[in-house]
Design a protein around this ligand. Structure first.
Ligand SMILES: [Zn+2]
Length: 160
């Protein structure tokens, strides 16, 4: 019974719990490598700084790297959404069908260059002058990546 709402609820909970375990596991891994400074490992801020200095990597270079990584990780979906919005992709049909929106994938069809002539046609054959835009939202993994990048920035700024 895959359509059972209780089953799908349990599956969703299990999935999010799975991701929590992955994040927790990753944190423990970094902890034992000494990233947070309380365990003497290869990633302990002091050791990390020394080995990087030996390699000729400057603190400011590291900071620039993680800062740009952080900014990209934080903003990529907004740029993607902006481009999708401009080229008319990621839109779903708004045609009412027995009280429900059709919701099918639409394609932008050109009818001249003017903005008011833009039409969207869905796979079921409806043609509308407007269609619902579906922006990309960050998932747990995407959020984790920018948080990790931010933590690295903070470590470089305050611990080395
Ligand atoms: Zn439709």
């Amino acid at each position: 019974m895959s359509g059972n709402p209780l089953n799908s609820y349990i599956r969703k909970r299990a999935q999010s719990m799975g991701w929590s375990m992955v994040v927790m596991g990753g944190s423990f891994f970094l902890y034992y490598l000494g990233l947070f400074g309380n365990v003497q490992g290869p990633l302990a801020p002091g050791n990390l700084g020394e080995s990087l200095a030996a390699m000729g990597v400057e603190k400011s270079h590291m900071l620039m790297f993680f800062l740009s990584f952080f900014i990209i990780a934080l903003t990529w979906n907004h740029f993607f959404n902006l481009i999708s919005f401009m080229i008319g992709s990621r839109r779903s049909c708004l045609k009412k069908n027995q009280g429900h929106s059709c919701g099918a994938v639409t394609q932008k069809i050109k009818a001249g260059n003017k903005q008011k002539n833009i039409r969207y046609r869905c796979v079921k054959g409806h043609t509308c002058s407007d269609a619902r835009f579906n922006p990309v939202k960050k998932g747990v993994v995407s959020h984790t990546i920018w948080v990790v990048a931010m933590v690295f920035c903070a470590i470089i700024l305050y611990c080395s």
